[in-house]
Design a protein around this ligand. Structure first.
Ligand SMILES: C[S@@+](CC[C@H](N)C(=O)[O-])C[C@H]1O[C@@H](n2cnc3c(N)ncnc32)[C@H](O)[C@@H]1O
Length: 233
C-alpha cells in the first residue's frame, strides 16, 4: 500500500514532474473547453477544483471563461504557494479562491446543490477505492441539478495490452526526468497506482459514476494512461 497519497519528493519539485508530460496540456485544455461549453459563464457560477496543485489546469479554466469563479483546494502549501504566484491576477480580481485543506474535510463543509462544476486533474486516482466512492458521492451531493463533474485522470485502460504498453511508455518518460530521486519516486508512484486497492480502471470507474446517479457519462481523448471523463447530475 502507498505510504503517501502524493509523494512530497514530487510536489516539492512539481515543475520537473510536469516536464515529463508535455502532451498532457491538450487534456487540460479539453477540461477547460468541456466546462466552458456546459456552464453559464456568470459571476455567480462556481467551480470546485480538487487537488489543484500549482494551478496548471486552473489556468486553462480561468482563461476559457471570463466571469466564473474557482475554489481551488489542495492540501499541500508548497503547491498552493506556486499557484498563488502564477495566478495572482485571478486572486486579485476575486475569480480564484485558494484553500489549503484536505478535500475530504473541506467538501463536507460545502452545502448540497451549491456548485455548478466540480473538476480535478491527476488527483482522484491517488485515493483508495473506498475514498473515491465517498468523494464521488460528496461531489454528486454538492453539484446543482445539471451540474457537471469533469476529471482528467489516470483511468487505466481495460485492455491489458494497451495498459502494459502505456505503463512501459510512462516509465520510459519518467527515466528521462532531470533528477534521479524524483524519477525513481515517480516510477514507484506509478507502480503503486496499480495496487488492487487503488487502481482506477476506466469501465469500472464510469460504471460507478452511473450507480451514484451521474448521467451522460462521457470519456474523451486518451493520451497514454490519462483521459478526460465527465458526468452530469
Ligand atoms: C499529481 S498532483 C496534480 C496537480 C494538478 N491538478 C495538476 O494536474 O497538475 C496531485 C495533487 O493532489 C493533491 N492532493 C492529494 N491528496 C489530496 C487531498 N486529500 N486533499 C487535497 N489535495 C490533495 C496533492 O497535494 C497534489 O497537489
Amino acid at each position: 500500500m502507498k505510504k503517501e497519497i502524493y509523494p512530497k519528493t514530487m510536489s516539492n519539485d512539481y515543475d520537473i514532474v510536469l516536464k515529463a508530460y508535455p502532451e498532457h496540456y491538450k487534456l487540460r485544455k479539453e477540461v477547460a473547453e468541456i466546462i466552458r461549453t456546459h456552464i453559464n459563464d456568470n459571476t455567480d457560477t462556481l467551480i470546485l477544483e480538487i487537488g489543484c496543485g500549482t494551478g496548471e489546469t486552473t489556468k486553462y479554466i480561468l482563461t476559457e471563461t471570463t466571469k466564473t469563479k474557482i475554489i481551488a483546494v489542495d492540501k499541500e502549501k508548497v503547491m498552493i504557494d506556486v499557484l498563488k504566484t502564477n495566478l495572482s491576477e485571478y486572486i486579485d480580481n476575486e475569480r480564484l479562491l485558494q484553500i489549503i485543506e484536505d478535500i475530504f474535510n473541506y467538501i463536507k463543509k460545502i452545502g448540497s446543490l451549491s456548485i455548478d462544476c466540480v473538476t480535478s486533474s491527476w488527483t482522484i486516482h491517488n485515493f483508495t477505492r473506498s475514498q473515491r466512492t465517498l468523494l464521488l458521492h460528496e461531489i454528486y451531493r454538492i453539484l446543482k441539478p445539471n451540474g457537471i463533474f469533469v476529471n482528467m485522470d489516470k483511468y487505466v485502460a481495460d485492455d491489458k495490452n494497451e495498459e502494459q504498453k502505456s505503463l512501459e511508455k510512462a516509465i520510459e518518460n519518467m527515466r528521462k526526468m532531470a533528477d534521479k530521486k524524483i524519477s525513481d519516486t515517480a516510477i514507484q508512484h506509478e507502480k503503486d497506482d496499480r495496487h488492487p486497492n487503488i487502481i482506477m480502471k476506466e469501465q469500472e470507474a464510469l460504471s460507478e459514476m452511473g450507480k451514484i446517479g451521474f448521467k451522460d457519462i462521457t470519456s474523451y481523448t486518451r493520451i497514454g494512461r490519462e483521459i478526460v471523463v465527465s458526468g452530469i447530475k
